[in-house]
Write a new protein. Structure first.
Length: 408
């Protein structure tokens, strides 16, 4: 993209200020900002008309989950179906590692965090070991796609290489970068980070499939005949990945999405719960849960919205591709955005100063017709690391890992 093309593109969205310092830049700086302009979708900035404007929710009703009792009764059959699908090469996994991990407060990607006590145990290492359990059980390599972001791609790929992919077969690991969205002022103007760079952030965890397509990786899905994709977050060090029983259950119940869920520890636990919204699968985030919703009981006197999602989902590829042309709702989120001011000083704000744009995986689920919430035992499969200490922290995850016999 040359200067004039960039200028025209920016003019369309009222963002011409991005080229304000262009003439002061050296050749490399000019090339770099033109490249960034070329790669960025600025149309999102036009959405800031009335500030944050979330759409109203539809009618929320309970969804039936596959509970532990029922899973245990069918475990053997489900597992057999899942193992057969994996052996036929029909299952893959996608690790979402494009987040910023701000709460953990490390400069490195979250997966590089060492949670060991007497030896090094990296979060990425735990994830790969968990997947290797299934590779061993099925004697089949499973394609693992790793989503990074512009901010952490190079360091992540270098780290995997240095660690010899934690003994995984590198031919089956594919990295791709998540698309970025610009970060803007409350008036919708893109913040500058430096003279040759404007502020961007990863476009949310809903961007994974379109980013995979943009990176050309869906070719592997087609050529390998992958029918099921297990998408999961980087920070749950106990989760089972490409779990044959989970895959078998989704096949058996003829659902196009599966969601691993845990029974809520208490009504106020900060997890999104599965439900139906206008008859379609959906998730109510914890901050949207009303007292009425929390206190609703089912016919057995149990809380009707009791199954919290743990960001471990299974998608059937064909239906994913069918919805990929439909736009996901865009969430406009107030955040602290570091920027360069007009006096060319770099400011790291202590309070939110603008908006970032994100799409969410839970909106993908709502676009699909059928979903089976699949209950798992919290103490065995849910050890999220969001913070350094306290709830969902390195400390709590270490305790749970030890209880599950993992040496740290
Ligand atoms: P979180 O919402 O917990 O965000 O991500 P985070 O970036 O890890 O942590 P905080 O909120 O800044 O402290 C849940 C999962 O989604 C991935 C994360 O890497 C994590 O696996 N994610 C999130 C992405 O891959 N891309 C994103 O844009 C956002």
């Amino acid at each position: 993209m040359n200067f004039n093309e960039a200028k025209n593109k920016l003019a369309e969205y009222g963002q011409e200020h991005i080229l304000k310092y262009f003439n002061e830049l050296d050749e490399a700086g000019q090339k770099s900002i033109l490249e960034q302009i070329k790669e960025t979708d600025f149309s999102v900035t036009g959405r800031i008309v009335n500030g944050i404007n979330e759409e109203a929710r539809g009618k929320i009703t309970p969804i039936k989950a596959l509970t532990l009792d029922e899973i245990d009764r069918n475990r053997e059959d489900f597992t057999k179906l899942g193992v057969a699908a994996i052996r036929a090469g029909k299952a893959a996994a996608v690790l979402l590692a494009g987040g910023m991990g701000t709460r953990l407060g490390s400069d490195n990607p979250k997966g590089m965090y060492d949670i060991g006590i007497t030896k090094t145990v990296y979060i990425f290492e735990r994830i790969i070991r968990n997947l290797l359990d299934v590779v061993d059980e099925t004697s089949t390599w499973i394609h693992l796609f790793v989503m990074t972001s512009d901010k952490n791609h190079d360091i992540t790929t270098k780290f995997f290489k240095e660690q010899n992919y934690f003994t995984y077969n590198p031919e089956y690991i594919h990295f791709f970068k998540q698309d970025m969205a610009p970060a803007v002022t409350y008036e919708g103007k893109v913040y500058m980070e430096a003279k040759d760079k404007f502020a961007t952030s990863p476009n949310g965890n809903g961007g994974w499939f379109s980013s995979m397509q943009n990176a050309g990786l869906t070719d592997i899905i087609h050529s390998a005949g992958i029918e099921w994709i297990n998408v999961f977050a980087v920070d749950n060090v106990l989760q089972r990945i490409a779990d044959p029983c989970f895959i078998g259950a989704a096949i058996s119940k003829k659902c196009v999405v599966g969601a691993k869920v845990v029974r809520k520890a208490d009504p106020d636990e900060k997890v999104g719960v599965m439900c139906l919204e206008d008859g379609r699968p959906s998730i109510v985030e914890y901050y949207e849960q009303t007292d009425k919703l929390r206190n609703t009981k089912d016919e057995n006197g149990e809380p009707a919205y009791n199954f919290g999602v743990i960001l471990n989902y299974l998608f059937h590829t064909k239906e994913l591709e069918d919805i990929c042309n439909n736009e996901l709702p865009l969430h406009i989120v107030e955040k602290k955005i570091p920027y360069m001011n007009d006096a060319l000083e770099f400011i790291d704000p202590k309070e939110p100063n603008g908006y970032k744009f994100e799409t969410l995986i839970l909106d993908m689920i709502h676009m699909l017709d059928t979903c089976i919430p699949f209950e798992v035992v919290r103490e065995k499969e849910f050890a999220p690391i969001k913070n350094k200490t306290g709830i969902d922290s390195v400390e709590t995850a270490r305790e749970l890992l030890k209880k599950n016999g993992v040496e740290l």
